[in-house]
Write a protein that binds this ligand. Structure first.
Ligand SMILES: CC(C)(COP(=O)(O)OP(=O)(O)OC[C@H]1O[C@@H](n2cnc3c(N)ncnc32)[C@H](O)[C@@H]1OP(=O)(O)O)[C@@H](O)C(=O)NCCC(=O)NCCS
Length: 280
């Protein structure tokens, strides 16, 4: 996340926004970020050999997968990532979108708005949930253990990452699409059947408390099945969400009004002033 945040911020220095041409900057950022992520993985020595710059992959999903795993993606993986990028692209006033819009409302430059979005989405209660979800999924040896431990954790009022949503009350429609992809991969590659069963077992227990999987839960499973390093889960979310942020920044700019809420003071009532020299 720091790499993407810094890359976007640096772009603001190298290619500063002059004409408030949001669309061009949005396309530029969407084009650059997959390469940034792939380059960073390469430099960290993730692959056994350097991947040549560029790829003949014709889609963002295909290129991104090639760049971050070092392997040409299979058709099902390419399609799965494509769907996940579409599902992540925009989601109304998520915390990061709201933050990006607040930044845009001050008439800050495009890169500052996106940098704000990236910083905000990085927290585990927002974009970071998918990374936490895979840690959870991989911590169980089988579905029985998952079911037993999750029940126990719920009793202890523990937060289970990848479940619930601040806006959806009954279920997250995006999760249905990505769960289908998880099932398709698990059917094709039997080594992932156990992971899929663990995910379903957790989902089953959570439903008993009317808590449903959000997009991050099965996305974490499919990203793992696609051999993506968990530290890249949230950065991939960022690449996709850069489109949603772009749309919001443009909309904000079209009819701008500074976002500046007031605060309601609920502290102690008026107190007597005590000179500093008399304070203990
Ligand atoms: C997203 C989230 C912050 C929404 O929180 P929220 O708006 O407070 O959710 P709700 O009001 O529906 O919560 C109702 C109850 O369910 C509990 N709950 C909600 N999500 C839960 C979860 N993932 N695990 C366990 N309990 C959960 C709440 O603690 C609350 O319990 P209470 O009534 O005893 O206080 C919360 O569900 C969460 O932290 N989820 C895990 C992180 C995550 O997956 N984030 C990605 C979101 S896309």
């Amino acid at each position: 996340m720091s790499v993407l945040r810094t890359a976007v911020s640096s772009l603001g220095v190298l290619e500063p926004e002059i004409n408030k041409d949001s669309k061009n900057h949005a396309i530029r950022i969407l084009g650059i970020l997959p390469s940034v992520l792939g380059f960073w993985e390469n430099k960290r020595g993730i692959y056994s050999q350097e991947i040549p710059i560029g790829s003949t992959e014709g889609t963002i999903a295909g290129y991104l997968l090639h760049a971050i795993t070092g392997n040409r993606p299979t058709e099902v993986n390419r399609r799965t990532l494509d769907k996940s990028l579409i599902l992540y692209a925009e989601h109304e006033y998520a915390a990061s979108t709201y933050a990006a819009r607040v930044c845009a409302s001050t008439l800050a430059d495009y890169y500052s708005c996106i940098t704000t979005g990236i910083g905000t989405i990085s927290g585990p209660l927002n974009g970071g949930a998918n990374e936490e979800a895979i840690k959870l999924l991989l911590s169980f040896k089988d579905a029985d253990e998952a079911e037993r431990v999750i029940r126990q954790r719920l009793q202890e009022k523990e937060l289970i990452m990848g479940f619930g949503h601040a806006v959806y009350a009954d279920f997250d429609p995006r999760s249905v699409v990505i769960k289908e992809q998880a099932l398709e991969i698990a059917r094709n590659q039997t080594k992932f059947k156990n992971l899929y069963d663990i995910a379903e077992a957790i989902e089953h227990v959570m439903w008993e408390k009317t808590l449903f999987p959000n997009l991050d839960f099965y996305t974490a499973a499919v990203y793992h099945m696609m051999d993506i390093n968990p530290s890249l889960f949230t950065p991939i979310f960022v690449i996709s969400r850069s489109c949603g942020w772009a749309a919001h920044i443009m909309e904000q700019r079209e009819t701008n009004k500074l976002v500046r809420p007031t605060a309601k003071y609920i502290g102690p009532k008026k107190r007597k002033y005590i000179p500093i020299s008399e304070r203990t």
